[in-house]
Design a binder for this molecule. Structure first.
Ligand SMILES: C[S@@+](CC[C@H](N)C(=O)[O-])C[C@H]1O[C@@H](n2cnc3c(N)ncnc32)[C@H](O)[C@@H]1O
Length: 259
């Protein structure tokens, strides 16, 4: 299966009404597990000084970019392929008054041409949509300045064979998933150093449990509620079963990139 395009994202998983439904479960401005709480923890872990430049790849509704700018004094460029996502994010940016520190633009991160620019490249649960991970990681490594850091979370998988329901889920979404070990090898192959791959599946299970509790309290129309509840319960089961994993990855761009 090839790359997800803007049209496939905007007409399926990221239709405007789907985005707004997801946002109610993940929390304001977020479409990724753990919402603002996990984002704040990960941004803080980068230890960046105010004024540092960050690229938020697949910025979605802008939640992480707004936090970085408002609470950490960082300068952030966000890029996202989905037209629907970018429209909503741009409206939010205007109302937050963070335009002097945050830029948002629509585009495919595979086409980025930044070089030696960013102190950090940050991404939350985006690369699952991208098939050509060697190219993606080369592009992101190029965008970092020497000594700059890459940090991202992503959906990952356990070793095959998978259970049938996980195979069907991955195929229906068009996701491109790797084991944590395979991902770490790709990061090394992109010339990055100090590669760390942490299995965050236990955090994923914890977060999914909290989101499920929130979902049970939220008011949706009955059909939306049933489908969201089923989807979250299935995700929880697949994560507990070991097929669906969540990875946290860190790496540093060395002074001289090889590979
Ligand atoms: C699960 S959402 C996460 C959004 C955001 N990072 C967050 O934490 O809320 C995945 C995002 O990746 C974006 N995306 C997918 N493929 C992309 C690509 N090739 N370039 C840029 N963004 C992409 C989607 O449009 C979507 O906004």
């Amino acid at each position: 299966m090839g790359e997800n395009t803007q049209e496939t994202l905007d007409s399926a998983q990221y239709r405007r009404e789907s985005i707004l439904r997801y946002e109610r479960v993940y929390g304001e401005d977020f479409v990724s597990p753990g919402g603002a709480g996990i984002a704040r923890e990960l941004i803080a872990s980068l230890g960046l000084e105010p004024g540092a430049r960050v690229l938020d790849v697949g910025c979605g509704l802008g939640g992480s970019a707004f936090l970085m700018a408002r609470d950490f004094g960082l300068r952030v460029d966000g890029i996202d392929l989905s037209r629907n996502m970018l429209e909503l994010a741009t409206q939010k940016l205007e109302s937050r008054g963070l335009g002097d520190r945050v830029t948002l633009r629509r585009g495919d991160c595979l086409e980025l041409d930044a070089e030696d620019t960013y102190d950090a490249v940050y991404s939350r649960d985006v690369f699952l949509h991208i098939a050509d991970k060697p190219r993606l990681l080369r592009v992101l490594a190029r965008a970092l300045r020497p000594g700059g850091r890459l940090l991202f979370t992503d959906y990952c998988c356990g070793p095959k064979p998978w259970r049938d329901d996980f195979t069907a889920y991955v195929e229906s979404r068009g996701y491109h998933l790797h084991t944590l070990e395979a991902y770490a090898a790709l990061l090394i192959g992109a010339g990055l150093a100090r590669v760390e791959a942490e299995d965050w599946t236990p955090r994923f299970v914890e977060v999914l449990g909290r989101e499920l509790e929130r979902l049970e309290r939220l008011e949706f129309d009955a059909a939306d509620r049933d489908s969201l509840l089923a989807s979250w319960r299935q995700k929880l089961e697949r994560a507990r079963g070991g097929d669906h994993r969540w990875g946290l990855f860190r790496a540093v761009k060395p002074d001289v990139v090889e590979g």
